[in-house]
Ligand binder design. Sequence first.
Ligand code: IPM
Ligand code: MG
Length: 369
Amino acid sequence: MLKKTLSKNWNRMKIAVLPGDGIGKEIVAQAVKVLGALDLNLETETALVGGAAYEAHGHPLPDATLQLAKHADAILFGAVGDWKYDCLERSLRPEQAILGLRKHLGLFANLRPAICYEELVGASSLKPELIAGLDLLIIRELTGDIYFGQPRGRRTAVDGHFPGSEEAFDTMRYSRPEIERIAHVAFQAARKRSKRVTSVDKSNVLETFQFWRDVVTEVGQQYPDVMLDHMYVDNAAMQLVRAPKKFDVVVTGNMFGDILSDEAAMLTGSIGMLPSASLNASNKGLYEPSHGSAPDIAGKGIANPLATILSAAMMLRYSLNQIEAADRIEAAVKSVLSQGLRTADIHSDNTIRVGTSEMGEAVVKALKN
Ligand code: IPM
Ligand code: MG
């Protein structure tokens, strides 16, 4: 059973639920429903984040939300952002909520698996033979790089813009320990898979990424059983659509990882299918779909909840040590796909179109079978 508030019962696993904006609420509700059907000792507490929090409290990451996230065992996150906030100064934009959570909780390791389900081979824009059986893992460094360079917020923006400015800049930076720890995550993940790591950088142009390459290579010496290769990011972007199955574990920085993970997600048919985990050094994690808040389809009940449901499965696997329950969710998702159920993003002829909550219900039903 799922209890609604955090109690002092320390055996109970506590999940902070942060739906956010746009389709966030709809998809997170389905994942919570699926968790509730599992008969685990879980309790959830929901808080506002992103634009929704800005509307209510004047800040995208209110202290109460941050404290809830800090004290929970894991965080289930929806999505943040809406064009209507583009005019706000940067520190108040919805995106600052997720960046703030990543930074405050030290969630430096972002795992974004891209798996092509057999049933969805036809939903990809690539030829079936290129992506059938695709199973790659992008490991994106999440708390460094140009995302968190200095100086930030150095000017006061008017309506989100800088009138009269002649330039703007952001600095790209990585420290040795930041690169070392994400490299270890990648090599360790590779040991559980096919023992190959591709490190993606831009060392032909950027000092930051020459350093990245040097440090990853050094760390790699501690993993002689894992094959390491290096690839420039432009080439990696090309290879991902040319021969995606050549990749297994891909490790890269925050900015390149942001871009390549959207690209990899789309290889599988829909970004609506891709979960993610953002972990800190003690495997505490925030779990969110790889996609955004999709304000254009918000409130219509048509968003695909599977990425969020699969994120809940990752949460059970990585942070709550409920491996069997995670396996059950993943099997239930496969089962609804093989029943032919599809939300609009993955719908095609000969499949059955369902809405967000019908898809959630179907997963719950499949769990019980
Ligand atoms: C992501 C998103 C975020 C990012 C945004 C919402 C800040 O695109 O998680 O990939 O750029 O990291
Ligand atoms: Mg992104």
